[in-house]
Design a protein around this ligand. Sequence first.
Ligand SMILES: *Cc1c(COP(=O)(O)O)cnc(C)c1O
Length: 384
Amino acid sequence: MKHIPLSIPHLSGQEIRYVTEALETNWVAPLGPNVEAFEAAMKTYSGAAATLATSSGTAAIHLALATLGVTAGDDVFCQSLTFIASTNPICYVGARPVLIDSETETWNMSPVALRRAMIQAATRGRLPKAVIVVHLYGVVAKIEEIAAICEEYDVPLIEDAAESLGSTVNGRMTGTFGTFGIYSFNGNKIITTSGGGMLVSNDTSLIERAFYLATQARQPVLHYEHTEVGFNYRMSNVSAGIGRGQLEVIEERVEARRTIFNRYVRAFDTVDASHYQQEIEGSRANRWLTALTLPGGMEQRDLLIQQLQQKNIEARPAWKPMHLQPVYRDVPYITANEEDVSRRLFEEGICLPSASQMSFTDQALVIRFVRQGLVEDVRRNVQL
Ligand SMILES: *Cc1c(COP(=O)(O)O)cnc(C)c1O
């Protein structure tokens, strides 16, 4: 039985040219022409004023927090419904995460919950040092509202755009609305460098400071002089070569993933549109992964994933929110009202195979089995 993966690297064929160049010119060591060219290409593509290639997306978030001077005793607000890499860097700098619930339209940070959290924090005289918002599965958060709230309270915004490269609002790229944006080029993302990330900002001086911290905080003198603790967080010239070849086809990859999403929506005609993540007005989602909540809830979700597994089809539950993770059980969690939205999205949410090279026939197979699962569930419920 053929394996149908959730998401895997999809090479353009151009990567080998840049990687070979790096090998032939002995530019294997960190940095070099591919890194510079990849940073320049990402600047053009994202529209951000400055870019810094990093060893991972996680490292880019850590650098963003360190550059902003976030430190022990500080609070950082972070979307709860996300992959743990959004939240962990808050602990790396010794700060405390305060987790914020999602809204049901985009599944991202609820502006209502964010405002509530800000009001509470202001009352206590303990405003956060940063807010981390995520564009989950490539679907754009209510970013303009969120940015406005952050501006009102004068709190820097970090956009975790790890999953949303190519997603836009009125033509503007996600990752460029906040003080910092980060992208990930991990192997499962929409494009990859085999492993890597990018920190971007419209403030060039902030990227200069981040560059300094990412290269062991070395003073600009002849000998090795250090006045601060830095990191070794830069991308290698070989990885950046892969990134250059990948970035050339990003728009094709976005189109492919969007087509896959639209096919699923059309095929599951018994599933109401409200079960999918929605695009807010003027936005374009890259639809990195097609995610939906199943009408039958968690039980149906888990059963379906197991059924698909038996057919060698990889589907996954939606991210388990950070406030439900044992490692973060003691941190505050703020919702818009009595409802815990991100818990429900996790319990009912499923991600379906969305690799950009998935064939029409393979997707038809996935659709058939998912439909079968949905129908079987209806039958079971009727018998009960
Ligand atoms: C993948 C991912 C990251 C981390 O990126 P890495 O390059 O794997 O370190 C951060 N946040 C989110 C939401 C992600 O999906």
